[in-house]
Design a protein around this ligand. Sequence first.
Ligand SMILES: [Zn+2]
Length: 329
Amino acid sequence: MFFFVLPRQHALTHCALFLLLCFTACSRESKTNAEGDASPELAAPPVNTAELWKEFNGSLAFTAVQNQIACGPRPAGSPALQQARELIIASLAASGWSTETQSFPAETPHGQIQMTNLLARFPTHKGQAPDLNAQKVVIASHYDTKKFTTISFVGANDGASSTGALLELARVLALDPALATQVELVFFDGEEAFQQFTETDGLYGSRHYAALLRESGRNTNFKYGILWDMIGDKDLTITLPLDSPKDLTQGVLSSAEALQSRQYFRIFDRPVLDDHVPLNQIARIPTLDIIDFDYTPWHTADDTLEQLNPASLQTIGAVTLHFLCQTLR
Ligand SMILES: [Zn+2]
């Protein structure tokens, strides 16, 4: 998302330590997914696939968010974003997902910048390439952060929250391969505008992805899309854009109701310009933006980890999973 700048200062954290923590977390995740015998003290509790949404762990999502933030500010084209990308790919691989890197040169007000979307799919047969005709739903987030020269902007909510949660969603979906194979997880680069949102500045990754999807004809395989953006605020208030697809809105609100989370959702008083727009308009996939735009630290140096709560990530993860189970089983 976008708008104006409030200059402040913020201290950077050390990326290397968090990289190490992430890989520890990744290897721990892969252990819980491993088949075969485990020693009694390591045995994981049985997986509740019937109510898969209960498997979404807000704390694991939060750790993945921390790992993204630890890379520092992550604008498109930066080495920090490359690091963040490597973390995403490693985490997806640990959960059994195969990732396509979709790179493209983007013409920006700061010149040409190489950008990379990440597209993750779950193989129908272990060890084989995913079937490109199996995906019926796209769940997406942007993983870049807005570029500032006056402040250190780490985008805890705006960039990291939805990215970390998407990695936890990948782990949970992998527990039910029949469901996972129907989902395409997409991490957009270049959501943020370099100057301000126009037809040609901002939404670089989603515009590119949507155009390729449309060109290939693969867009017609998809029933709907869900975009996550800024979903970690401790004071969670999801503001669904006014022009959201009606059936999709109703379905997600029903899932929220079923999980006693309806109070976190409301309909915003206006449309929102975000990565769901190219999906709706270019790829023609009805897509809902699950966004909390009622967020005071938005695009300030105060968009830090302290603003977030794992419980918010858990709420959105569970509601989305509930809706996926209702529509794909
Ligand atoms: Zn933003």
